[in-house]
Design a protein around this ligand. Sequence first.
Ligand SMILES: Cc1cc2nc3c(=O)[nH]c(=O)nc-3n(C[C@H](O)[C@H](O)[C@H](O)COP(=O)(O)OP(=O)(O)OC[C@H]3O[C@@H](n4cnc5c(N)ncnc54)[C@H](O)[C@@H]3O)c2cc1C
Length: 371
Amino acid sequence: MHTLDLPGLAADAGAEHAAGAALAGLTTLRLGGRCTHLVTCADTGSLVAVVRALDAAGVRTLILGGGSNLVIADEGFDGAVVRVATAGIDVDGTLVRADAGALWDDVVARTVSAGLGGIECLSGIPGSAGATPVQNVGAYGAEVADVLERVELLDRRTGERHWVTPDALRLGYRTSVLKHRDDALVLAVEMRLRGDGLSAPLRYGELATAMGGEPGARLPVDEVRRTVLGLRAGKGMVADLTLDDDTPDHDSWSAGSFFTNPVIEHADLAGVLGAIAARVGGDARVPQYPADGGRAKLSAGWLIERSGFGKGYPGEGSPARLSTKHTLALTNRGAARTAELLALAREVRDGVHEAFGVRLVPEPVLVGCEI
Ligand SMILES: Cc1cc2nc3c(=O)[nH]c(=O)nc-3n(C[C@H](O)[C@H](O)[C@H](O)COP(=O)(O)OP(=O)(O)OC[C@H]3O[C@@H](n4cnc5c(N)ncnc54)[C@H](O)[C@@H]3O)c2cc1C
């Protein structure tokens, strides 16, 4: 048992402490029980002091940003949740620095209004800047790895602060060395953008088409941001944080895509495509994209839909359903429990496996629970 006086520690560090806080209100799924302690840190100095003290005392600690990629158990979290609420954003020429707690979409909006290109395709992704390297966030053909210069970390084993370059983070498709580990805390991110007012070359067909351009085109950053926000809104993929709203959009009460797109080894691809043809018909074409090492990334949403899980599954009245706009998002319709969402996740994962022999892997971080 640790003997740390958490309210005292928080007060000394200039942070806020709450005992027994409900975590549901701090996640975009609105799911999860209570934590023993919630400590909210609004500046980097207090964040470092609090996490160092918790680690030194051996207190079980969960780092929380915007809660948009977390599924927390109904039982909650027996330990300290540290909420990263730092907010600084600094634009210096084409170099952009953001504190870990800065809202990611505020960072994107600031850079777009400064005419900087590189992260406009990542518009509308909920959560914090500090979480973006954790799973190398990506959308519409771009990912944060494209622009990251360096990341400031607190090494939680030694208590040291240091900057690392992206190669040390091994950023991959929705992953990095930071994901599913808790020995490093991101304190700040730095990105190098383009200064000519134009986007990075568009790599995503749907976006290029929506903009009337060709893949590879570079278009004004503000127009790309507007188009991306429109496309995302149409799929319920912009988090709805208006908790007091009388008519909440439950399609966005999600953790975004619940499963990553499965990456299939070259040697297994023919078998998977054969299973797809046998079930769906020879003309069916699963959207696929090249991945490293000759592998192929298949569309998880397409596989889910073709396994019999359509939009809105299992239907009206169910507390947890697939989004009615996007099969890849599992949503809380207002009164779900984590257990119900996870049961749906298991059903979808197992159904896709049975249909096509492909095992889907969850994208969010599961805390105190599993599927
Ligand atoms: C509607 C919706 C749409 C989404 N669309 C996309 C998308 O297009 N592309 C995409 O990649 N993701 C998407 N996501 C997922 C999510 O928004 C991102 O993963 C986001 O970066 C998570 O940020 P967060 O601050 O909310 O992290 P949290 O959910 O708070 O935390 C996620 C994980 O990161 C850890 N973490 C958080 N902050 C830090 C830190 N400072 N240092 C170390 N670890 C930390 C946490 O401990 C946890 O393990 C979407 C989510 C939603 C709800």
